[in-house]
Design a protein around this ligand. Structure first.
Ligand SMILES: Cc1cc2nc3c(=O)[nH]c(=O)nc-3n(C[C@H](O)[C@H](O)[C@H](O)COP(=O)(O)O)c2cc1C
Length: 200
């Protein structure tokens, strides 16, 4: 399938078949894909948690607003968490990044208000979401990105100390009757000429 066909066919899955599990080989590949996601100065201000355990999934489902059913029925729930402790982040980059990148952070980012630094870090984790959703599609894995969750409660349930849950993604196999599939619910997008300008 061509890349454009993959993008036309991917969609936000609303209903899963709970009997179909994603293989452990594919899960291992998805972990590597997340590790390889690009980020500004290679900052990697994230932690990804793969939840297969049904009890923990049920606990998280309760604090997933309108997404409860999908969290319960998907194969795995992947939780995307961003660093929320700047001291922890600075230690992580000083241990992992070359001097040039650390100096860039110290010169251009560290002097900014904490809220701005955190917002910059949040931008990075959304890049990993794009990479992840695209990878899922190419691996024939269905997915549901979800901001509609109670972030504080996720953070608490997962016992995170230096990170904060930003969003989560259900992955699995669709219910064959899922009404959100493009064949039942064609994709809606703003007209190309309104969102893309080409200057030759
Ligand atoms: C960051 C983000 C958060 C989203 N949150 C939810 C959500 O909580 N629940 C849900 O059912 N869909 C959620 N969506 C799915 C969007 O509504 C969907 O991507 C959009 O309508 C386009 O449809 P498509 O993904 O099927 O092409 C989210 C999508 C993104 C990218």
């Amino acid at each position: 399938m061509s890349f454009i066909e993959l993008m036309q066919q991917r969609y936000t899955t609303k209903k899963y078949n709970p009997t179909e599990k994603i293989s452990s080989e594919k899960i291992e590949q998805l972990k590597q894909i997340l590790q390889l996601s690009p980020s500004s100065i290679n900052s990697q201000p994230w932690k990804f948690i793969f939840v297969e355990n049904q009890e923990l999934k049920a606990q998280l489902a309760e604090v997933s607003r309108h997404n409860t059913e999908r969290v319960l029925q998907c194969s795995h729930l992947v939780v995307f968490n961003v660093v929320n402790n700047l001291e922890f982040f600075e230690k992580q980059i000083s241990e992992n990044l070359p001097e040039g990148a650390v100096n860039y952070y110290k010169t251009y980012l560290k002097p900014r208000p904490e809220e701005e630094i955190k917002s910059w870090m949040k931008n990075q984790i959304y890049i990993s979401l794009g990479v992840f959703l695209t990878a899922c599609t190419s691996m024939e894995i269905d997915a549901t990105p979800m901001e509609g969750i109670e972030n504080e409660k996720y953070t608490e349930i997962l016992g995170l100390e230096n990170h904060f849950t930003t969003f989560a993604v259900c992955i699995g196999k669709r219910d064959v009757e899922d009404s959100n599939q493009p064949k039942f619910n064609p994709k809606r997008r703003v007209a190309m000429e309104k969102i893309i300008t080409e200057i030759k």
